[in-house]
Design a protein around this ligand. Structure first.
Ligand SMILES: N[C@@H](CCC(=O)N[C@@H](CS)C(=O)NCC(=O)O)C(=O)O
Length: 232
């Protein structure tokens, strides 16, 4: 059985970590059996981040490499017949979602004071004292440093909002009236798009990026469609 190490569910979502929710969504889409281990222990994670999996004695970290491993090990029912153009589009949109939009949303959760109040409770509220008080400021400082390292954290707040809203528009315009990102069939890209968009639309963290996404009804309809099909 595939064991998925991830954070515990929060914000009323399968996971408040979009990378963890992406992997769970992909496993459901691929029809593989798995067991969730909601230990939230980044110290045991090979790359210091979640998710990672254990499968028959093998440990694999990072949602992208996990999915590549699982495709090789158990087959690729979602993307095997994708043409080169769609593969290129999937790669480009995945990077937009995970390397750009993600960091703009991290700003709304971990840097903006209003979002941080919600994030602190969702991620650390269940810890026993004194960890509940000691860990949050350390984690927040770590996230700020990561944001600067990535580059997003060097922009003004207005610039970060502009980047996030542009990413949202690109996703909504590309999805348009298609049922799934690449057409009639759900593909691996949809695991990523659904997890990150649901985290943006449905987490209780108000921001100009969230309001912008909520003004695009095709995104809400898309997330509801994915939820109904893969989280019945
Ligand atoms: N590229 C990684 C990113 C995973 C990631 O950023 N996970 C975050 C949660 S959304 C994490 O574990 N953060 C903990 C930390 O940075 O200490 C993947 O695709 O799995």
């Amino acid at each position: 059985m595939i064991r998925v190490h991830q954070f515990a569910p929060a914000f009323g979502l399968p996971n408040a970590s979009p990378f963890c929710m992406k992997l769970e969504t992909w496993l459901r889409m691929a029809g593989l059996a798995f067991e969730l281990v909601n230990d939230g222990n980044v110290l045991k994670a090979p790359k210091g981040k979640l998710p990672y999996i254990e499968d028959e004695g093998r440990v694999v970290a990072d949602s992208h490499f996990i999915i590549e491993y699982l495709k090789t090990r158990y087959g690729d029912p979602l993307d095997a017949d994708l043409g080169e153009r769609d593969r290129a589009l999937a790669t480009a949109f995945q990077r937009l979602i995970e390397e750009s939009l993600y960091w703009a949303v991290v700003h709304t959760r971990w840097v903006m004071d209003e979002g941080w109040q919600k994030t602190r409770v969702a991620f650390f509220g269940a810890l026993p004292p004194p960890l509940r008080w000691l860990l949050p400021p350390l984690a927040r400082r770590g996230l700020r440093a990561e944001m600067r390292g990535h580059g997003m954290g060097r922009h003004s707040e207005a610039e970060i909002f502009a980047i996030g809203c542009r990413d949202v528009d690109a996703l909504a315009d590309f999805l348009a009236d298609k049922p799934f990102m690449l057409g009639e069939q759900p593909r691996s890209l949809d695991a990523s798009a659904h997890a990150f968009l649901a985290n943006l639309l449905w987490a209780p963290v108000d921001s100009p990026i969230q309001r912008h996404a909520r003004a695009r009804p095709e995104l809400e309809a898309y997330c509801r469609r994915m939820k109904a099909r893969f989280y019945p």
